[in-house]
Design a protein around this ligand. Structure first.
Ligand code: PEP
Ligand code: MG
Length: 577
């Protein structure tokens, strides 16, 4: 029995069996070699394990997917039996390399040979060698590789050193009950996805992949970050009690009558949902919300093996818009980069991806990519209330270039006679400090602002949203963040620009009164948070919220601001009961 603590970042209680998923760390590959005999033995053991894995995979593929699919595994088996290839790996080990490093070097040599081939078919066979080599390296390092897959067989909580958004997208949601990671901040995209799917998640749990064993029982509280491994009877009973209490609170919110949310003094606050991955896009429903406040279009690109074409995008956008039956639907244009990588884009490795090549910086450099998406979005607007939003805007020039790209797509569709909505509202994410400082220049060119607090907090506080070591600073209650939010509210009001918040802050019970007090008119959140927010908004008084916001920005610390706003939210809810 172990009790561990991390940062709870997607609320809820869940129980399942552990599946440990570890990625290969560079230091494992670079670990000094032991004696040549030991490294050769490591290679042989890994090769035997690889053979067994491939044989099992072949049988499974044959029975589940047929002969053609099984042929691929057969070709992997051939590579795993390639004697000359293994002789070269062994020679490198005898020269002093570790087994995984030797496999990697031979793979690099193979790559240059294949890259020089003229025949495209043969050149592409390199992918098979790469797949087998990666699996072998993983086995040499004692971790599971991609070929072994992460097939979930029952209620499972994935325990990983780190999870990329792509890993998360590929996990079978039928059995996924939550995840716990060593790395990852509270607004990493894997976490956002968990919240969107209503799955509890805990991040920043030190060494859990070394402590947890695949198959053992695990209970997690995604609210306070507690993780129990093989809990004893007493711990399990306490966990069940807390879970039951959490569920009772949830039921109370869910009993709240559906329909629009007005504050007690009559201000309408739109409650919209964040979506984008196919699971939540399929579940969109106009009955539970006032629209879609953020559709992260990059998830669709992440599902594909290559750039999706205009028809694929158009069909997906149209289906989502039709599902929302005329309710406002904000599509954010491609925001790839940062922690969202796209293999087929072949973007260069960056030292600081969050400060690098991302979002409109890429789209403006690749007009064809941008145009394809903008055309698909415009065409989908013929089927619903589409709005278009540009991410990561930092200056007026960038916004004008995005608008020009949109105008160009419009002209093309006009020339083709393709229908689209002429008066599509256009907006931007306000998520860089640069945008906050020139908001008055941006305002005349947009219909709405949507504050992306996930990024705004990291850029304002110079604290990586994915780094648990700086999560103390990465805090939306920091006074500088509160002041930025209040300033955004003031500029939006002065210019008559609609104002929403679509970062994770929008679902924080303590932050909502502050946001309402700043003039925020729309909160866009994971669907699971909607009942709680509807319950809360209906118990707020906007004028009191304005007063609270004025007070909060002058408090001396994030801790005091958080305590003050928590008390305010609590009182508002209790007073009304
Ligand atoms: C944000 O930055 O707050 C946001 C909503 O965008 P993302 O989390 O996708 O960067
Ligand atoms: Mg962002």
């Amino acid at each position: 029995m172990h009790t561990l603590h991390g940062i709870g970042c997607s609320e809820g209680f869940s129980e399942g069996s552990v599946l440990v998923k570890r990625s290969i760390r560079p230091e494992q590959l670079e670990r000094p070699a032991k004696t040549a005999e030991e490294e050769l033995q490591r290679l042989e053991d890994s090769r035997r394990a690889l053979d067994e894995r491939l044989e099992a995979l072949y049988d499974k593929t044959l029975s589940e997917s047929g002969e053609e699919a099984a042929e691929l595994i057969e070709s992997y088996q051939m590579i795993a039996m390639d004697q000359p290839l293994f002789d070269r790996i062994r020679a490198k080990i005898r020269d002093g390399l570790s087994a995984p490093a030797a496999v990697r070097q031979v793979l690099e040599q193979e790559k240059s040979v294949f890259d020089a081939m003229e025949d495209v078919y043969l050149r592409e066979r390199y992918a098979d060698i790469e797949a087998v080599a990666h699996e072998l390296i993983a086995l040499c390092c004692g971790v599971s590789g991609a070929l072994s897959g992460v097939e979930l067989r029952g209620p499972t909580i994935v325990v990983a050193d780190a999870l990329t958004p792509v890993d998360t997208v590929n996990l079978d949601k039928k059995f996924l009950r939550g995840f716990v990671t060593e790395a990852g901040g509270t607004t990493s995209h894997a976490v956002i996805l968990a919240r969107t799917l209503g799955i509890p998640a805990v991040v920043g749990v030190q060494d859990i992949t070394g402590i947890a064993k695949t198959g053992e029982t695990i209970c997690i509280n995604g609210g306070d970050g507690t993780v129990l491994l093989s809990p004893g009877e007493r711990e399990k009973a306490a966990f069940d009690l807390a879970a039951a209490e959490y569920r009772r609170g949830k039921e109370r919110y869910e009993k709240e009558a559906p329909g629009p949310a007005f504050t007690k003094d009559g201000t309408r606050i739109l409650l919209a949902v964040n979506s984008g991955d196919s699971d939540t896009a399929d579940a969109l429903s106009p009955a539970v919300c006032d629209g879609v406040g953020l559709f992260r279009t990059e998830f669709l690109y992440m599902k594909e093996e290559d750039y999706p074409d205009e028809e694929t995008l158009f069909n997906a956008y149209r289906a989502a818009v039709v599902r929302m039956a005329g309710k406002p639907f904000i599509f954010r244009t491609l925001d790839i980069g940062g922690d969202k990588a796209l293999g087929y884009m072949q973007l260069p490795r960056e030292e600081n991806p969050f400060l690098g090549y991302r979002a409109v910086r890429i789209c403006l450099d690749r007009p064809a990519l941008f145009r394809t998406q903008l055309r698909a979005l415009l065409r989908a607007s013929a089927y619903g209330a589409v709005q278009i939003m540009f991410p990561m805007i930092t200056c007026l020039e960038e916004l004008l270039r995005c608008r020009a790209a949109l105008d160009e797509a419009r002209s093309q569709l006009d020339a083709e006679g393709a229908p689209y909505r002429k008066d599509i509202p256009v907006g931007i994410m306000v998520e860089t400090p640069a945008a906050v400082l020139v908001l008055d220049q941006l305002a005349p060119h947009v219909e709405f602002f949507s504050v992306g607090t996930n990024d705004l907090v990291q850029y304002l506080m110079a604290a990586d949203r994915g780094n648990p070591q700086v999560q103390g600073l990465y805090d939306s209650f920091q006074i500088s963040v509160l002041r930025a939010l209040r300033h955004i509210g003031t500029v939006a009001r002065q210019h008559g620009v609609a104002l929403g918040v679509c970062g994770e802050t929008a679902s924080s019970t303590a932050m909502v009164p502050f946001l309402v007090g700043c003039g925020v008119e729309e909160l866009s959140v994971a669907a699971s948070a909607l009942p709680r927010l509807r319950y809360l908004v209906r118990r707020l008084n906007r004028q009191d919220c304005e007063e609270a916001a004025r007070t909060a920005v002058n408090l001396p610390s994030a801790k005091q601001a958080k305590e003050f706003l928590c008390r305010f939210a609590q009182h508002s809810m209790e007073e009304a009961e």
